[in-house]
Design a protein around this ligand. Structure first.
Ligand code: FES
Length: 67
């Protein structure tokens, strides 16, 4: 599930980064380079990605609970 096309980031990548660096959204966003291309994935209305960044943290955290 793609979160950022420009930086080739998936929801799995976000979950992996949370496991490594914790739950601070700003830290995860920085580590994944989210939004450092076109910036569209930062908007809730973005339909270019499967899951825009504003929804990615909560979904990745839910995914981790099932791992
Ligand atoms: S899709 Fe994330 S910066 Fe372009």
């Amino acid at each position: 599930m793609t979160v950022c096309i420009c930086q080739n980031v998936t929801l799995d990548d976000i979950a992996d980064l949370i496991e490594k660096y914790g739950n601070d959204p700003e830290v995860i966003k920085e580590k994944a380079d989210i939004g450092k291309g076109c910036g569209e994935c930062l908007e809730t209305s973005c339909d270019s990605v499967d899951l825009p960044w504003p929804y990615a943290m909560a979904n990745a955290q839910a995914m981790l609970k099932q791992r």
